[in-house]
Design a binder for this molecule. Structure first.
Ligand SMILES: [Cu+2]
Length: 163
């Protein structure tokens, strides 16, 4: 009997996890604009009703570097990141914690075709610019990186300090 209950709770957990995954994925709306579902993460949150209180330009280059690679914001800031890909290769800007980005980078090495759409990431084609909005709710040290295979390991990462 105990075993049956354990199995049932496992199945329910899996069902919840799958529903959460589907819900978290963004929907392409009109044209280039992407409308995301609300999201809450350890490093902040997104809601479609947010309005930017601060704008930050970030450039990505084939030297596997972000410019700037050190950012400072205040807790409560809703930051509009304007992310430009100034290289010839595809790059992406993904917000997270140092740990979450490292884990994600390892997964991307194993499954290079994996494509995610989350409000805290921008996949930018060469010569293009994309914008994302993200609210930093907690003080602390956070991170951003390009998780395309090889890029993160080559040092394509940066730090965000939230005061
Ligand atoms: Cu890159």
């Amino acid at each position: 009997m105990k075993r049956a209950i354990t199995l049932l709770s496992l199945v329910m957990l899996l069902a919840f996890a799958m529903a959460a995954t589907v819900y978290a994925h963004g929907k392409k709306a009109h044209g280039e604009a992407i409308e995301y579902d609300p999201a809450v993460e350890a490093f902040g949150e997104y809601h479609p009703s947010f309005e930017a209180t601060k704008t930050v330009d970030v450039s990505m280059a084939d030297s596997m570097r972000f410019s700037p690679d050190e950012l400072t914001v205040n807790a409560g800031d809703v930051v509009k990141f304007i992310v430009s890909n100034d290289g010839q290769l595809k790059h992406e800007f993904v917000l997270g914690t140092a740990e979450s980005l490292q884990e994600h980078a390892v997964l991307m090495e194993k499954f290079p075709g994996m494509e995610h759409e989350e409000p805290y990431m921008a996949h930018v084609d060469p010569g293009k610019t994309m914008e994302i909005l993200w609210k930093f709710t907690n003080t602390g040290s956070y991170a951003f990186g390009c998780l395309l295979p090889g890029h993160f390991a080559a040092g394509m990462k940066g730090r965000i300090t939230v005061n």
